[in-house]
Design a protein around this ligand. Sequence first.
Ligand SMILES: [Ca+2]
Length: 297
Amino acid sequence: MLKIWFLVFTLFLFVSTETLDDEDSIKFQESLKASNASYLVGPAPCPNGWQYKSLTSSCYIVPNTFLSWSDAETYCENVTGGTLLSILNQPEYDLIQSVAKSYSPIYPIWLGLFRDPSYQFSDIYRWVDNNYRLNLSKWLPNEPSNSKDCFVWKTSEPSGYKSISCKYSQPFMCKQHAANCETTVFEGMSGNLSSPNYPYNYDNNLDCFYHITVPDGYIVKLTVLDFATEGIFDYLQIYDGADDQSFVLQKLGGTNVPIGFVYESTQRYMTLKFHTDYSNVNTGWFLNFIARYTVVL
Ligand SMILES: [Ca+2]
């Protein structure tokens, strides 16, 4: 399995050797009396400009351009952060058909669908954002053609899928899974953070954000108390700053993360992002943070 090979060739490095028991200033002890707060922000499931559909927990956008299949897929990945449209079940087909029809009543739109090269002598297809092989039931009569390698969705009646040459410029939709975590904001001198459902298994397809802010003159000292995720595919990324554009302090994944390891910010902010992929879960993680007084020269 592809995932195993990634695991074999990937090595996690841990940069901090500080332990839980190092000294903190008297000032820190005194100010522990200060109140702590955490609260949830959101939900804001889709980026700006995307349509959220609760039925599929997904976001959709229609770029105002016609492109070839490969250019459209690249556009969805690089420009929008999604993938070409997949239709994973009948409710999604019905839901998106009305959107697609109003957007492009004449021209068929690209599907993020490809013939699985490992099964080229049988009709096995995959969606670009989903690992499942599906026997599709939406083909138009006499489709798919063996001589054409890309697939469109004709949204006008009779609607259905057909194969065309990949080089044609067609309209398209991009899709991405909605962020199904609320963003958690921590403010104060200390707090505990854990993955969703901890100590029970977290879900697939997560992108959860945690923002920590400690008082002026302090830095964030984050300690790992428990950690178990699926290798490199489900990871917790720790940023030295107020958002995920900041410097990455560490990327944690797997089941060998040392308990008691500490990561410190250089300023009063720290951000964490927990990402999980489409399959295989574990019990997740439990962390603690405290504000540590620091003298900035
Ligand atoms: Ca996973």
